[in-house]
Write a protein that binds this ligand. Structure first.
Ligand SMILES: [Zn+2]
Length: 390
């Protein structure tokens, strides 16, 4: 066989194996017959691949199950040997790096957190990240099971190159984090912005699975947004698309200065970090004053609610999504029934042609470290999640 022919044969074998492995991962338990039907490969090819994966202990056989027809034949389900693989997931924010190790059966094996008041230098940030990774690796019995490190970043990232981009709220500039850590730990490293990661997860298998055009908005410590058009994540020309926090939402006298250098950004009053920076009040203190009926705070609360309504109405009119997914601990701060109020007021504001939009409220968000592990999973099994990124 010529070298070229041999190479293409090897590649084909590897593509076929990925197809089989992807199906065992995503549809497990699945039988050999179902694998042949779904991949379009011959029974013999599937059998060869499955035997190889069983030999390498990548997959295991489950308890044989009788077929419904009662023919006496049994179906042997194939499952991923999830305990043999694991990955590190890290939530990286402006005040901490929080990490966990999960095996591919979604069992958490270790966790660690390192706090940082703020990162004065890049080296500070890297020290905190290394410290979390080292603590996690120190807790697991067999580090050779690790298949990669995923990051959910509360800031802008170039996910295709694995670079942390300048983020005024967090104080770092352009750091080639993936390359630095890959060289150090010998593991593949993946980065994604936290709201983009949440939106991708919901679009792949969560509440947005049947939606093609959607916007995810998270109102929490900061404000994040993710835009999906025709199932593709829109990142913009410099990864800033969806940064709703800096949407100009407040007019004088409420147009406070934002850390981005602008004025009147939504985040200055509608996020917990913004409230603290702008008014010197925690969201709990703000909430307490609203409940106590303090007139100035009640008036300000209405100003913020209206700003959120207008922002969402403009986004709906601009992008014409079929779903808007709302999440974040700041939503109830604007009132117990704020989500219902928001829907009703947005619907009354947008053109009739945009009113096919549905609002979803996600209260139970998966832990960010688990979502970050998902970045590693999708790479190992070539789940076509990355095809969602432009
Ligand atoms: Zn701003």
């Amino acid at each position: 066989m010529s070298t070229l022919k041999h190479a293409s044969h090897t590649l084909l074998k590897s593509i076929n194996q990925q197809k089989v492995l992807h199906l065992i991962y995503s549809e497990c338990p699945i039988s050999r017959v179902e694998l042949a039907i779904k991949t379009g490969l011959s029974q013999q090819t599937v059998t060869n691949i499955v035997n190889r994966l069983l030999e390498d202990q990548v997959i295991v056989e489950g308890e044989p199950q009788s077929l419904e027809s009662g023919s006496g034949r049994k179906r042997v389900p194939l499952l991923l040997n999830g305990s043999r693989f694991s990955a590190i997931g890290i939530e990286l924010s402006g005040t901490s790096a929080r990490g966990a190790v999960y095996n591919f059966q979604h069992v958490r094996l270790a966790e660690a957190e390192v706090k940082a008041d703020r990162y004065e230098t890049e080296e500070d940030l890297l020290r905190v990240i290394r410290s979390v990774i080292d603590k996690l690796i120190g807790q697991i019995p067999d580090p050779t099971c690790l298949k990669g490190i995923g990051f959910s970043v509360h800031g802008l990232v170039d996910s295709s190159e694995g670079i942390l981009l300048r983020s005024p709220g967090l104080g770092w500039k352009r750091i080639p984090l993936a390359k630095l850590l890959e060289d150090e730990y010998g593991l593949p490293v993946f980065l994604e912005n936290d709201t983009n990661l949440l939106a991708l997860n919901e679009n792949m298998g969560g509440s947005l699975i049947s939606s093609k055009n959607n916007v995810t908005l998270r109102l929490a410590r900061g404000i994040g947004g993710a835009i999906v058009v025709e199932k593709l994540l829109v990142t913009g020309s410099s990864f800033v698309a969806g940064e709703v926090g800096h949407y100009k939402a407040f007019m004088p006298p409420y147009d406070y200065e934002c850390y981005c250098g602008g004025r009147g950004c939504l985040t200055t009053l509608a996020s917990s970090r913004g409230l603290l920076r702008t008014l010197g009040r925690s969201w709990e203190q703000f909430n307490e004053a609203v409940r106590a009926g303090d007139p100035e705070t009640v008036r300000l609360s209405e100003v913020v609610r209206t700003a959120i309504v207008y922002s969402v109405a403009n986004i709906v009119t601009l992008l014409n999504p079929d779903r808007v997914l709302l999440t974040g601990f700041m939503l109830p701060v604007w009132g117990d029934s704020f989500v219902d109020e928001l829907k009703a007021r947005v619907m009354a504001q947008v053109p009739e042609t945009c009113r096919n939009v549905e609002f979803l409220h996600l209260t139970d968000v998966e832990d960010e470290t688990a979502l970050a592990v998902g970045l590693v999973l999708q790479s190992v099994f070539k789940i076509p999640l990355d095809s969602l990124s432009l």
